[in-house]
Design a protein around this ligand. Structure first.
Ligand code: NAD
Length: 288
C-alpha cells in the first residue's frame, strides 16, 4: 500500500519504519526536519508538505501530540487531499470528544476513519509490538487492521468512533492508580521492617498482585528489569502519564463519572511532574 505518515516523533518514527519493513511505500511528513531526515534513513519518502504527502495514498496514519493538532492537520492537509477511497488512522492519544468530532467530519467528507491509540512505549513502537485499541465502524476497522498489524502485536476493535481513546484513558487511569498503590505498599512494607524482595515474593502471589508490581516494579532490584533499575530513565514519562490522567479527568467530567482515585492520582502526578516530568512514571515512589 501507499501510506502517508504524519508525525514522526519518538513513536511515529519507529512505526513508520515498521510499515516500510512490511513492504509499504511510506510518504512521510513532520514539522521537524530532524524527524523527517531520520524517517528518510529508514526508507520513507520525505515530503515538506503534509497535503502533498497525502496525494494518491491508500491510507493516512497520524501520530501527533494532541487533539488540537490532530484536528488542524486533518482539516488542513488530509480531508480533500487524500483520495476519497483512503482509510484514515489516527494513532495519537487525544480526547474522546475531538476523536469523535474528527471521525464524524471524515465520514461527512467521504472517508473511512478510525481512532487507534496505542499501549506500549517507544521500544514497542520500534519493535512493532504495540497494542492498538480501535474505534470506528466495522468497515473502517476491517480496512485499518492490516496497516495496524504491521506495527503491532495486538489490534482490538473497541466499538464505535472514539472508543479506542476511551479504552486508552480508562486503562491508563487504572495504571496510574495501581502504580501509586503499589508504590505505597512497598514504601509502607519497608517502614514496617519488611525486605522489599520478601514483600514482592509474598504479594506477587497474593491478592495484591498487579501489573505495576510484577511487570513494572517501582523498586530497584526487585522483579523483572524495569526503568527503576535504570534510575527511572526511559520507559513511560511522568509527563505522558499526566497527559493521559488529564484526558481521563476531562472525560470523567463530561460524562459525570465518579473517579475519586483517578482525580487523586492526577493530582499526585501533577505535583510530581513539576520537577520530574522526564522520569519514568514509576519514579512516583520517590515522592512517598
Ligand atoms: P513526539 O513529540 O516525540 O512526536 C510528535 C511529532 O509530531 C513530533 O515529531 C512533532 O514535530 C510532530 N508534529 C507536531 N505538530 C505537527 C504538525 N502540525 N504536523 C506534522 N507533525 C507535527 O511525541 P510521541 O512520544 O511520539 O507521542 C505521539 C503520540 O503518541 C502522543 O499523542 C502520545 O500521547 C502518544 N503516545 C506516546 C507514548 C510514548 O511512550 N512516547 C506512548 C503511547 C502513546
Amino acid at each position: 500500500m501507499k501510506i502517508a505518515f504524519i508525525g514522526l516523533g519518538n513513536m511515529g518514527g519507529g512505526m513508520a519504519a515498521n510499515l516500510v519493513k512490511a513492504g509499504h511505500a511510506v510518504r512521510a511528513f513532520d514539522l521537524s526536519e530532524e524527524a523527517l531526515t531520520a524517517a528518510a534513513e529508514h526508507g520513507c519518502e520525505p515530503f515538506t508538505d503534509a497535503a502533498e504527502a497525502c496525494a494518491g495514498v491508500d491510507a493516512v496514519v497520524t501520530m501527533l501530540p494532541n487533539g488540537r493538532i490532530v484536528k488542524s492537520v486533518y482539516e488542513a492537509s488530509v480531508f480533500g487531499h487524500a483520495p476519497n477511497g483512503a482509510v484514515l488512522l489516527d494513532c495519537s492519544t487525544i480526547d474522546v470528544a475531538t476523536a469523535r468530532e474528527v471521525i464524524k467530519r471524515s465520514i461527512d467528507t467521504g472517508y473511512d476513519m478510525v481512532d487507534a491509540p496505542v499501549s506500549g512505549g517507544i521500544a514497542a513502537a520500534n519493535s512493532g509490538t504495540l497494542t492498538f485499541m480501535v474505534g470506528g465502524t466495522a468497515k473502517a476497522f476491517t480496512r485499518a487492521e492490516p496497516v495496524l498489524q504491521a506495527m503491532g502485536k495486538a489490534v482490538i476493535h473497541a466499538g464505535d468512533a472514539g472508543n479506542g481513546q476511551a479504552a486508552k484513558i480508562c486503562n491508563n487511569m487504572l495504571l496510574g492508580i495501581h502504580m501509586i498503590g503499589t508504590a505505597e505498599a512497598f514504601t509502607m512494607a519497608q517502614k514496617l521492617g519488611l525486605d522489599p524482595q520478601t514483600f514482592y515474593d509474598i504479594s506477587s502471589v497474593s491478592s495484591g498482585q498487579n501489573w505495576s508490581m510484577t511487570s513494572y516494579c517501582p523498586v530497584p532490584g526487585v522483579g523483572p528489569q524495569t526503568p527503576a533499575d535504570n534510575d527511572y530513565q526511559g520507559g513511560f514519562a511522568t509527563a505522558l502519564m499526566l497527559k493521559d490522567l488529564k484526558l481521563a479527568m476531562e472525560a470523567a467530567e463530561s460524562t459525570d463519572a465518579s473517579t475519586p482515585l483517578g482525580r487523586h492520582a492526577k493530582e499526585l502526578y501533577e505535583r510530581f511532574a513539576e520537577e520530574h516530568g522526564g522520569l519514568d512514571f514509576s519514579a512516583i515512589i520517590r515522592s512517598l
